[in-house]
Write a protein that binds this ligand. Structure first.
Ligand SMILES: C[S@@+](CC[C@H](N)C(=O)[O-])C[C@H]1O[C@@H](n2cnc3c(N)ncnc32)[C@H](O)[C@@H]1O
Length: 197
């Protein structure tokens, strides 16, 4: 594993949740939309890089059986507090996406909000294979990542790049490009992609 991931726990310790760009304090509107439209079948799901658990809580309240993993002990602590406050059961796990400890083919759905775009380039192939492995046949992987419209960067992707990275492993069901005013008040551009194993 590359060492660039240790910074995350420091970030959660050093900054209040409300100041973090990705922390909207409520579930992602696109997740709510896709669940309401029935694009994601309810079942056993993994929130990969769950952060403070906002999306996990929404999914647990909507009858998903939720497993949620993050590398930051502080983020997991926040998620535990949120789950307790909201009275929902979430199976929270402190673990890195590099060595997922789940059995093969156990999840119907993997939710990834802002996780893949933080995977270091040398770890990308292993990450994608790991997600594919834990998904059941026909399982859905929903990924939201930074788009090239935020400016050029190693982890700002074009549609073509997304197709290049994922089409060897998944079928593309849906791809949407949009902007969102994030928790820090900044407008950012994202792709949300629904992939099927
Ligand atoms: C941009 S935040 C998104 C958090 C959450 N998905 C949300 O939307 O609120 C990225 C998350 O990835 C987690 N993370 C970074 N590297 C990780 C790794 N190697 N394994 C697991 N989680 C990791 C961070 O701790 C952080 O919570």
């Amino acid at each position: 594993m590359t060492s660039g991931y240790a910074k995350w726990d420091k970030i959660y310790h050093e900054y209040p949740l409300k100041s973090l760009g990705w922390e909207l304090g409520r579930a992602r509107p696109i997740l709510i939309e896709f669940v309401k439209k029935g694009l994601i079948k309810k079942g056993k799901m993994l929130d990969i890089c769950c952060g403070a658990g906002t999306n996990s809580v929404y999914l647990a309240k909507n009858s998903f059986s939720v497993y949620a993993a993050d590398i930051s002990p502080k983020a997991i602590q926040y998620a535990k507090e949120t789950a307790r406050r909201e009275k929902v059961k979430i199976n929270l796990l402190l673990q890195s996406f590099i060595n997922l400890s789940f059995s093969n083919e156990i999840f119907d759905f993997v939710f990834d909000m802002g996780c893949f775009h933080h995977v270091q380039i040398p770890d990308r192939a292993a990450f994608i294979k790991g997600i594919r492995l834990v998904l059941k046949k026909n399982g859905i992987y929903m990924i939201t990542c930074f788009s090239h419209k935020n400016g050029s960067s190693w982890n700002h992707f074009t549609k073509i790049q997304l197709k290049q990275m994922f089409s060897g492993y998944f079928k593309f069901i849906k791809i949407r490009h949009y902007s969102s005013i994030e928790g820090d008040g900044i407008k950012r551009f994202f792709y949300t992609v629904l992939l099927k194993k």
